[in-house]
Design a protein around this ligand. Structure first.
Ligand SMILES: Cc1cc2nc3c(=O)[nH]c(=O)nc-3n(C[C@H](O)[C@H](O)[C@H](O)COP(=O)(O)O)c2cc1C
Length: 207
């Protein structure tokens, strides 16, 4: 099977998000112009580069996280984990601008150090970011799509000490991050395995 714009009837739902799986969840903290802290999950989210460390999320319509990040030029990322899955889900509720999802989801808003935006204190890891780009996305014809992306440069990294293992690595098997799949499905990262790069490259890459 293959198709372009018209999906065959046998595919009840667009499988795009199931094919691009798993997607890490960008649990985005932001602050609105009245100073109210906002929190929402975004699975159109990715690490974009390292050194400088950059992350990107995208919004289907100009949602609060996008507007706040574009206006304040700052946002935070908190790692969504299996333990925090219900709070993560609750934070996706469409609350009025005057209400904070941190409070509604029963989470503690830890103040940012380099940015004036809080992150989830209960999360094993969080990133403070400065916005480098926040724009509406155009399609291949240059037509605006009402989809918006935000790229942020990481200016501070938080890791709770108990999640750093004896090898000095962030302990993913302890943190158990969750990822978004297609439909209503999620996955938990718990099966971690290593693979060396091809001979000759590995020493350079490890340096
Ligand atoms: C796991 C998960 C992932 C989501 N990913 C996205 C996304 O990538 N883009 C989007 O626009 N909305 C996404 N949503 C929905 C938003 O979280 C929801 O619309 C939220 O109310 C937006 O909040 P805000 O207006 O405070 O930014 C997702 C929801 C969940 C539960």
């Amino acid at each position: 099977m293959h198709y372009s714009d018209n999906r065959p009837a046998i595919l009840k739902y667009d499988p795009f998000k199931a094919i691009i799986s798993p997607r890490p969840i960008g649990w985005i903290g932001s602050v609105n112009s009245d100073g109210v802290a906002n929190l929402a999950p975004y699975s159109f989210f990715a690490a974009l580069s390292s050194r400088p460390n950059m992350i990107v999320f995208s919004s289907d319509g100009a949602k609060h996280s996008y507007v706040n990040a574009k206006t304040k030029r700052e946002f935070t990322f908190s790692l969504a984990t299996e333990e925090l899955k219900h709070a993560m889900n609750m934070s996706s509720a469409n609350l009025p601008e005057s209400e904070s999802e941190f409070e509604a989801a029963g989470l503690t808003a830890a103040p940012g150090i380099s940015v004036g935006v809080p992150f989830v204190a209960e999360s094993p890891a969080a990133l403070e970011c400065v916005v480098v780009s926040a724009e509406e996305i155009t399609d291949r014809y240059g037509v605006l799509t009402n989809r918006y992306f935000v790229i942020g440069e990481v200016v501070r990294t938080h890791i709770r000490d108990e999640y750093i293992n004896a090898e000095g690595r962030f302990d993913l098997t302890k943190a158990r991050p969750i990822a978004r799949l297609g439909y209503r499905d999620y996955a938990t990262v718990k099966d971690v395995w290593e693979l060396d790069r091809p001979e000759g490259f590995s020493d350079i890459l490890k340096a």
